[in-house]
Design a protein around this ligand. Structure first.
Ligand code: FMN
Length: 385
C-alpha cells in the first residue's frame, strides 16, 4: 500500500535535466535514431500488411473509463499475487528475443532494470545471454522463462526448462503462436535476420542436449540447428501435457486468442494464459488482445490468471486491460525502445513512466485497489465472440 503523492511525481519528472522521450511516439523515434535500419525494422514492424500491428494500439480507444468520484484515493495497492508470489505491480517484461540488437548489454540491462522495480523479467528462448548469465547478473529478482518448443527434439525444450528451474526462475511461458515465423515484409526488405546473425544463440550454445543434437559445435552448425528447431509446427496439446509432467513450475500459454483454447488450457492443467497476438508479428489480421480479452476472461471464470500483451503503450492501457479482467499486463516494444535509447536506465525510465501514469489513472478513476477496477469501471465493450 503506497500513499499516492502527486506532487512527488511532478517534482520527479519536471526537472531541468529531464530529456528522456515521454510518449511512445517520441520513444520510437529516438530508438530509430540510435539503431541500424535492419534492427529497428525488426523490432518495430509487424507481419503482413500490419493490420494487426495498427489495430493493437487503436483497439484500446474503443474502451472508455467511466470514473467514480468522492472515494478516498489517498492510498493505492498495486500489488498482484501470481502463482504464490506477490509482485509490487501488475506489470511484467514481455519475452523479447535478441535484445543485443537494441543495446550491447541486451537482456542483462533489461533484467536489471526490471529487478529495480520488482517487475518479473520474462527471458526469451532466443536470448543474447543465457539463462544462467541472466540469473547470475540479477540474483533473486523475479524471472520467468519463455520457451520456444524445439521441433527436432522435445528433450531440448525439457533441458532448457530444467535449467531455468535450477536457476531460480518462477514460471514457464510456452509461446504457442510461433509454429512458423510470420510473414514479415520489413525484414525481407532489409534482408535482416538477427537469428541468422547469432543474436539469439546463447541458450542453445550452452545447452548440452542441443549441442549433442547437431553435427559440430561451430557457429554455422549452431545457427542451422536453431533455425531447424525454433519454429515448431508439430506442437500439440499432447506435448504441452508432457512438458507439464517434466517441471514443477507453473506453465502459462502465451498467444491464446480463442475462448475455446482458454477452456482447453484449463482442462489440460495449464496454470495461466497470456492473451497475445505477439505484437502483430505472427498472423496478420488476427483479433487484437484487448478485443479477445473479455470472452477469454469469461471462459476462464477466474480459475487461472489471465495476462495480456500486444499494444500496451501507456498507463491507461494497463488500466483498461485490468478493467476488462486481465490480472497483469506485459510490456513489449516500449521497454525495447527504452533499452535502445539508454540501456538499463532507459528501460527503468520507460517502466517508471508507465507505472506512474497507471497509478495516477487508477486513483483518478476513484479506485484504491486493483480488484475494484473491474467493478467500478464500465466499458463500451463490443463482444468479440
Ligand atoms: C523484437 C521482438 C522480439 C520478440 N521476441 C519474442 C520472443 O522471443 N518470444 C515471445 O514469446 N515473444 C516475443 N515477442 C513478442 C512479445 O513477447 C510481445 O508479445 C509483444 O511484443 C507485444 O506487443 P507490443 O510490443 O506491441 O506491445 C517479441 C516482440 C518483439 C517486438
Amino acid at each position: 500500500m503506497t500513499l499516492t503523492r502527486n506532487n512527488d511525481l511532478l517534482l520527479q519528472n519536471i526537472t531541468p535535466d529531464e530529456s528522456f522521450p515521454v510518449s511512445f511516439k517520441e520513444l520510437e523515434a529516438a530508438a530509430k535514431e540510435k539503431m541500424p535500419a535492419g534492427a529497428f525494422g525488426y523490432i518495430q514492424s509487424g507481419a503482413g500488411g500490419e493490420e494487426t500491428l495498427r489495430k493493437n494500439v487503436s483497439s484500446f480507444s474503443k474502451y472508455s473509463i467511466v470514473p467514480r468520484f468522492l472515494n478516498d484515493v489517498s492510498t493505492l495497492d498495486t500489488s498482484v499475487k501470481l502463482f504464490g508470489h506477490t509482485y509490487p505491480s501488475p506489470l511484467l517484461i514481455a519475452p523479447v528475443g535478441m535484445q543485443k540488437i537494441a543495446h550491447e548489454e541486451g537482456e542483462i540491462a533489461t533484467a536489471k532494470a526490471a529487478a529495480t522495480l520488482g517487475i518479473p523479467f520474462i527471458q526469451s528462448t532466443v536470448s543474447g545471454f543465457s539463462i544462467e548469465e541472466v540469473a547470475e547478473a540479477t540474483g533473486d529478482s523475479p524471472k520467468w522463462f519463455q520457451l520456444y518448443w524445439s521441433s527436432t527434439n522435445d528433450e531440448i525444450g525439457y533441458s532448457m526448462v530444467k535449467r531455468a528451474e535450477e536457476a531460480g526462475f518462477e514460471a514457464i511461458v510456452l509461446t504457442v503462436d510461433t509454429v512458423m515465423m510470420g510473414w514479415r515484409e520489413e525484414d525481407v526488405r532489409n534482408q535482416y535476420s538477427p537469428l541468422k546473425l547469432g543474436f539469439g544463440k546463447a541458450n542453445y550454445e550452452t545447452d548440452p542436449v542441443f549441442l549433442s543434437s547437431i553435427p559440430t559445435n561451430d557457429f554455422d552448425s549452431i545457427i542451422q540447428g536453431i533455425l531447424d528447431n525454433v519454429y515448431h509446427p508439430t506442437l500439440s496439446w499432447a506435448k504441452v501435457m508432457e512438458l507439464k509432467k517434466r517441471t514443477s513450475l507453473p506453465i502459462l500459454l502465451k498467444g491464446i486468442l480463442h475462448p475455446e483454447d482458454a477452456k482447453l488450457a484449463i482442462e489440460n492443467g495449464i496454470d495461466g494464459i497470456i492473451v497475445s497476438n505477439h505484437g502483430g508479428r505472427q498472423l496478420d489480421g488476427v483479433i487484437t488482445s484487448i478485443d479477445a480479452l473479455p470472452a477469454i476472461v469469461e471462459a476462464v471464470g477466474g480459475e487461472i490468471p489471465v495476462l495480456l500483451d500486444s499494444g500496451v503503450r501507456r498507463g491507461t492501457d494497463v488500466v483498461k486491460a485490468l478493467a476488462l479482467g486481465a490480472d497483469a499486463v506485459l510490456i513489449g516494444r516500449p521497454f525495447v525502445y527504452g533499452l535502445a535509447v539508454d540501456g538499463q536506465k532507459g528501460v527503468e525510465k520507460v517502466l517508471e513512466n508507465i507505472l506512474q501514469e497507471m497509478k495516477v489513472s487508477i486513483s483518478l478513476s476513484g479506485v484504491s485497489a486493483l480488484k475494484d477496477l473491474r467493478n467500478l469501471l464500465t466499458t463500451n465493450t463490443p463482444k468479440a465472440f
